[in-house]
Design a protein around this ligand. Structure first.
Ligand code: AMP
Ligand code: MG
Length: 326
């Protein structure tokens, strides 16, 4: 559960600074290379606080009060003003929904609450057919009224930023590390990663988790610069009922866990986009790879049979497990 992508330790040196915090329901690992301890400590503390703030601002669970929950409780059809930050992430989410032909849906909160995957404990039984049908959101669910004012079309439409907020938090965390002058770092939030710079002059090596064999990797990627890599997988939150796996990534068309993939990985400049698109690609399966190629995002999907599918951009950088770099 903890590390969905593994940062390979082989390339770590003693000079690296590692810190782990529990944020957004997962262990967030900060790795900083080539920077003094005091500067790194301060940067990590501030980044972690900002990531916690974002979790509190976007979650629709727990006791914390926020504008997203208030919006979800607002009367359907009545415009309500959203904070600029929420409106901005909503706009990005709606664009991904449109461009993924509905595979990504930012307002399936009612459906997600029904399944219960985001609460504790993990559910053990699927909801009834009729309950699912009644919770499926229509494609057009949230409407922009004007400026920062938005409205819900009906009561099935409840914002759920679960598939993008973690990536956004990582982006904000990395902005803060950069502001403190950090040049080489990784933020890894349970497999959702943004990295900058390099490690002792060499690319960071990132392992992609095997969706079925815990502790094994499918392959590795050597990445440097300023880039994000995010994986969505059916092994993150799931239960087995009558021999069948039910997991937390839902197909907005039919309301059931999406069946095209075991995992999907997307590389993009910003972690929010890699996060949203990895969820979308998971739902679309290999059929979504080409569109991502056109957007310039490297991507791969592991289908239900465990077969890996790559777009060209990913094919050219993916090093399968067992092979060594030339
Ligand atoms: P991720 O782990 O990033 O793939 O996000 C999964 C989380 O996003 C779930 O726990 C839900 O909160 C939400 N979610 C599930 N299915 C979808 C979907 N098709 N589109 C957008 N958000 C989703
Ligand atoms: Mg996601």
């Amino acid at each position: 559960m903890l590390s969905l992508l593994l940062i390979l330790t082989a390339c770590s040196s003693n000079a690296d600074i590692h810190e782990t915090r529990f944020i957004m329901g997962t262990l967030v690992e900060f790795t900083i290379a080539g920077s003094e301890q005091s500067r790194s400590d301060l940067a990590i503390s501030e980044a972690a606080a900002e990531m916690q703030r974002i979790e509190d601002a976007f979650t629709i669970y727990g006791d914390v009060k926020n504008a997203v929950k208030a919006f979800n409780a607002s009367p359907a059809g009545m415009p309500m003003e959203l904070p600029v930050e929420v409106a901005r992430l909503l706009t990005t989410s709606l664009l991904v929904q449109q461009q993924s032909h509905g595979a990504f849906h930012p307002a399936l909160g009612t459906l997600n609450l029904l399944w219960g995957f985001s609460g504790q404990p993990t559910p053990s039984h699927h909801p009834s057919d009729s309950a699912i049908i009644q919770a499926i959101p229509s494609r057009l669910c949230i409407r922009h009224a004007d400026n920062n004012t938005w409205l819900r079309i009906n009561n099935r439409c409840r914002l759920d930023f679960g598939a993008i907020a973690k990536g956004y938090a990582i982006d904000r965390g990395m902005d803060i590390l950069k502001k403190h002058g950090i040049r080489n770092a990784i933020i890894n939030a349970g497999g959702d990663i943004r990295l900058i710079g390099s490690h002792s002059g060499q690319a960071w090596r990132i392992g992609l988790r095997h969706p079925r064999n815990k502790g094994q990797v499918l392959g590795t990627l050597a990445l440097s610069g300023d880039i994000s890599i995010v994986t969505s997988g059916d092994y993150e939150r799931y239960f087995i009922q009558d021999g069948k796996r039910y997991h937390h990534i839902l197909d907005p068309q039919n309301g059931w866990p999406a069946t095209a993939s075991q995992s999907a990985t997307v590389i993009a400049d910003r972690a929010a986009l890699a996060d949203a698109w990895s969820t979308a690609l998971f739902v679309q399966g290999a059929a979504g790879l080409n569109d991502l190629q056109k957007k310039g995002y490297a991507a791969m999907a592991v289908d239900q049979a465990g077969k890996m599918h790559f777009n060209k951009a990913m094919q050219s950088i993916f090093l399968p497990a067992g092979k060594t770099q030339q």
